[in-house]
Design a protein around this ligand. Structure first.
Ligand code: BGC
Ligand code: BGC
Length: 442
């Protein structure tokens, strides 16, 4: 970490933090909420590292006012949260459950009352289980169900949400949830998971229309990106790198920005119907970019089911997730998106950036997390460097406000600016919280 003062960011730059419903809300059966695929998955033996579930999580459903006060104290101008589809439509279809929408109504008003812009993600992986039972995102019909759900949410909140995000990381939901089986719903289809990408994108495009019919606020999608670092320099390594790049970085973004699907071995978009690509390419106001780390790639062994092999990247500090800390990868990614897409690229907001460390309270109850401060410092400087290179980046959201339920890792990974003692639900701002507050003030 450099000791040089943090450079200024452009006027109007959006400072925020992000969370997701299943990771923080708890209250899994409150007020008519139906089960999602993550309830089912977390309650299946052996799926979650510590055997925990999101049944209670951070109990944010009951403690949202305290959490909004923490946001206000941090001084962020925006809060990105997600709406649990099974609260709004417990079976994924039909009329809205008013009690479910009431919660988000209260949250949005609490945020606005504290001068914080509500940024709402419609789908952060918690598909209603009833839709999974009819094929989930493998079933084209789910795209239409998603647009109906978007309409119900926008009818209630469309006058107050300041930025809509349709989907969170459709690539990760496809690959970890349906390709590799380590996230819900736990399918292991490898490349046969492709329809999950297409149907999510179709749902996105249909939802964009539904949102625009009810709300004048801008619309975005949040994609996860990972720059490729080759671990070898043969032609086969380079081909493997290109295949991985097409899958992780281009599969979703090329069609969203009107270029159609990349043509790469293993991807046979046989599920794409006439007209779908036009729906998917509905104009976006903002591209949400989630970045954690680059990926090391080399050529796959003969007979591998995948056209690349993922290898650990040496030579960098690592987080508690064992992810390499590579701030310049964010600059490279932002500049790379601009170079690849040019005028087709809308303004970018970094919708997630953050790190897990084993943060503990000292004898006085304080939590010092100098590694997180260094991480955020480096990544903010990388954003500033990309802006200096002419990339239009208009916001940065830290993942996450609170330590929370980290999917297959359960409670074992702490990403928060605020420490949570899960036994008491006591929130303790870490030293990174005070550091970020000062950066935002400056
Ligand atoms: C599936 C397609 C999929 C392709 C990916 C095929 O077996 O039927 O839906 O896109 O595999 O390689
Ligand atoms: C997800 C978050 C998750 C974070 C850290 C992102 O891929 O959107 O829900 O907690 O990564 O793993």
């Amino acid at each position: 970490m450099t000791t040089a003062p943090m450079p200024d960011f452009p006027a109007g730059f959006r400072w925020g933090v992000s969370t997701a419903a299943y990771q923080i809300e708890g209250a899994a059966t409150a007020d008519g909420r139906g089960p999602s695929i993550w309830d089912t998955f977390a309650h299946s033996p052996g799926r979650i590292a510590d055997g925990s579930t999101g049944d209670v999580a951070c109990d944010h459903y009951h403690r949202y006012a305290e959490d909004v006060a923490l946001l206000a104290g941090l001084g962020v101008s925006a809060y990105r949260f997600s709406i649990a589809w099974p609260r709004v439509q417990p079976t994924g279809a039909g009329a809205a459950n008013p009690a479910g929408l009431d919660f988000y109504d209260r949250l949005v008003d609490e945020l606005l009352g504290h001068g914080v812009d509500p940024v709402a993600t419609l789908f952060h992986w918690d598909l209603p289980q009833a839709l999974e039972d009819t094929g989930g995102w493998l079933n084209r019909d789910t795209a239409h169900r998603f647009a109906e759900y978007a309409d119900l949410v926008a009818a209630r909140l469309g006058d107050r949400v300041k930025l809509w995000i349709t989907l969170n990381e459709p690539f990760i939901h496809m690959s970890l949830g349906h390709g590799m089986g380590v996230h819900a719903p736990g399918r292991m289809l490898l490349f046969d998971a492709f329809p999950v990408a297409h149907h999510q994108l179709l749902g996105h495009g249909l939802a964009v229309s539904a949102l625009r019919a009810r709300s004048t606020s801008p619309v975005a999608i949040a994609n996860n990106y990972s720059p490729v670092r080759l671990a070898g320099d043969t032609d086969a390594d380079r081909a493997a790198g290109a295949a991985y790049d097409a899958l992780h970085n281009r599969l979703l973004t090329d069609p969203l920005l009107g270029l159609g699907y990349p043509e790469e071995p293993g991807l046979d978009p046989g599920v794409v119907r006439d007209g779908d690509l036009d729906v998917i390419a509905a104009p976006l106001d903002v591209l949400g970019v989630n970045y954690y780390n680059p990926t090391g790639i080399r050529a796959a062994e003969e007979g591998s089911p995948l056209p690349f092999e993922i290898v650990p990247l040496g030579g960098y500090p690592r987080t508690a997730f064992d992810w390499p800390v590579v701030p310049d990868g964010l600059r490279e990614l932002l500049v790379g998106l601009r170079d690849r897409y040019g005028d087709a690229l809308p303004p970018i907001q970094v919708t997630e950036s953050g790190c897990a460390y084993d943060d503990t309270q000292d004898a006085d109850g304080r939590v010092a997390d100098p590694e997180r401060i260094a991480y955020l410092d480096g990544h903010l400087r990388a954003v500033r460097a990309a802006i200096d290179e002419g990339v239009d980046v208009t916001g940065y959201f830290v993942w996450s406000l609170l330590d929370n339920w980290e999917w297959a890792e359960g409670f074992t990974k702490r990403f928060g600016l605020v420490h949570v003692d899960y036994a008491t639900q006591r929130r303790t701002p870490k030293s990174s919280y005070a550091w970020l507050r000062d950066v935002i003030r400056g």
